[in-house]
Design a protein around this ligand. Structure first.
Ligand SMILES: *Cc1c(COP(=O)(O)O)cnc(C)c1O
Length: 494
């Protein structure tokens, strides 16, 4: 399978590239992204054949369909990393919480958020490619709290790889911050910035696009790559767990092959939702992909009115920080897939020049065939957390927003699968205050203890041990200082 650029080709980059190229060099012409030129299709016996398979076997089948230029041995080794997830039968168990409502638990990996589902195997493959080519790579990641820890974990002490991770200071939970600033690998640098996630992501995008930065790295024989979901190497692994949720529904006799179901995704950068979109195109019978946002409801606006308008918005802080995003990068890949590279480029330039774009009526209709969207404010999320916890199921503040879509957007009497993107332990202060219904925020440590006692839950060691660990990365810098911090780190002076 070949990959092409969402904003067309500038004559300097190759016209189409293989998977390994796209993941090592994720920035495409005109600031675009690499996307599959064509998508494979499940054959008609696919689901029958998969019904007896486990997650890793299913994953391998799907990766084979994409015909990527990575040897099967490496793919298998990458998928073996799912063995260290804490759930025995599958890294992504499907749990029934109501007769027509299921939770795809995607947070059983080492950093307790769904980012591990993709970053564990992706990190393995990227390090393998770097070593095979004998090249050094600098991986840049901007995080709102979960990508950072998952990126640091997957690349820790990997040969030929250095990682710099930018996070918004004050924009993450204590647990998320500790996961990053206590990270031990020698090849790792974590930098807090005075700003929000969009600032961190913009800094990353401009470094990726900066010729002078790239030239400087070149002098040190270092190439640049990214671990955000702008990298297709992550997206490919995010197709698989949507398919696995359907296979689980079949195994649990909730559906027959061909029956449709809803998938609900709490969205930020739209990587998870894009995985569902590709799964649908490949032949997963999804009735509709239901998108939830929080009060930063730019995706809800886009998918209900056709207008994407950042010009009058400021990023608001919410109880679901991983969804506190205004520039949602992967929407671009859907626009490209639906409307082609010229139109995509036009819309993206409008966005960067005027901070807004408007889809035509037909374009909006085309998107609404695939998606519907709604948003949940903090009050709804908090009430939902308390209600479900008391009934016996714990939803983290991001996953809780999905209940809004389940209640408002699900029109047909068919199963609905919610993607659960984080374990409650990453957001304990919100969880405990929701349960107490008192609006008071405790520190993470006390809140973790109180919530786990109240509901008789265990806290995984990887979370409880964070509070005892040494802080390795105390730096918090101004936006203007980011490039210098990175350069200093590469010189070995920090
Ligand atoms: C990253 C993240 C999201 C948003 O996922 P996208 O793929 O960026 O839309 C939602 N919830 C949690 C907990 C996350 O870590």
């Amino acid at each position: 399978m070949m990959f092409v650029e969402t904003r067309g080709n500038d004559g300097k980059n190759p016209k189409s590239v293989k998977f390994s190229y796209a993941i090592l060099n994720p920035s495409a012409s005109f600031g675009g992204l690499y996307s599959p030129e064509t998508l494979p299709k499940f054959d008609k016996d696919f689901f029958t054949r998969m019904s007896g398979k486990n997650y890793k076997e299913l994953a391998l089948e799907i990766l084979r369909l994409f015909q990527i230029d990575i040897e099967e041995r490496i793919l298998r080794e990458a998928l073996d990393l799912y063995d260290k997830f804490d759930n025995k039968n599958s890294p992504a168990p499907l749990v029934k919480i109501k007769p027509d409502l299921f939770v795809n638990e995607l947070y059983h990996g080492p950093t307790r958020a769904f980012k591990d589902m993709a970053l564990q195997p992706f990190g393995y493959i990227l390090s393998y490619l770097a070593q095979k080519q004998g090249e050094k790579y600098l991986i840049l990641a901007a995080t709102s709290g979960d990508t950072g820890p998952a990126t640091l974990d997957t690349f820790e002490n990997k040969e030929n790889i250095q990682v710099v991770c930018l996070y918004p200071s004050g924009g993450t939970s204590d647990v998320q911050r500790l996961q990053m600033i206590t990270a031990e690998g020698k090849n790792i640098k974590v930098i807090g910035i005075h700003g929000n996630f969009d600032d961190a992501q913009n800094a990353l995008k401009s470094l990726l696009a900066s010729n002078s930065f790239r030239e400087n790295l070149k002098k040190q024989n270092i190439s640049l790559s990214a671990a955000n979901s702008v990298n297709f190497g992550r997206i490919i692994f995010q197709i698989i767990y949507h398919v696995s949720s359907y296979i689980e529904l079949l195994k649990q006799n909730e559906l027959k092959i061909g029956d449709k179901f809803y998938i609900t995704v709490p969205s930020g950068n739209f990587g998870n939702a894009l995985g569902a979109y590709y799964a649908k195109k490949i032949g997963l019978p999804i009735e509709k992909i239901l998108i939830t946002s929080n009060i930063n409801n730019i995706l809800t606006d886009l998918l209900t009115t056709g207008v994407y308008d950042v010009s009058k918005r400021e990023l608001l802080q919410s109880t679901s920080p991983a969804m506190d995003i205004l520039i949602s990068s992967n929407v671009e890949r859907v626009l490209f897939d639906k409307f082609g590279n010229q139109r995509c480029k036009e819309l993206m330039s409008e966005l960067s020049q005027n901070r807004t774009y408007t889809l035509s009526k037909n374009e909006l209709e085309a998107l609404r065939e695939e998606f519907d969207a709604v948003y949940s404010d903090d009050e709804f999320a908090i009430k939902t957390i308390a209600k479900f916890a008391k009934e016996g199921y714990v939803l983290d503040p991001h996953t809780a927003t999905c209940i809004k879509a389940y209640e408002k957007l699900k029109q047909k009497d068919i199963p609905c699968v919610i993607c659960s993107t984080a374990e409650w332990t990453k957001f304990a202060p919100v969880m405990w205050s929701a349960l107490q219904n008192n609006g008071k925020k405790q520190a993470d440590k006390e809140a973790l203890e109180n919530f786990s006692k109240a509901l008789n839950l265990t806290i995984p060691k990887c979370i409880s041990s964070l509070f005892e660990k040494e802080i390795k990365h105390p730096d918090v810098v101004e936006k203007t200082q980011i490039e210098k911090s990175i350069t200093d780190f590469l010189k070995g002076s920090s």
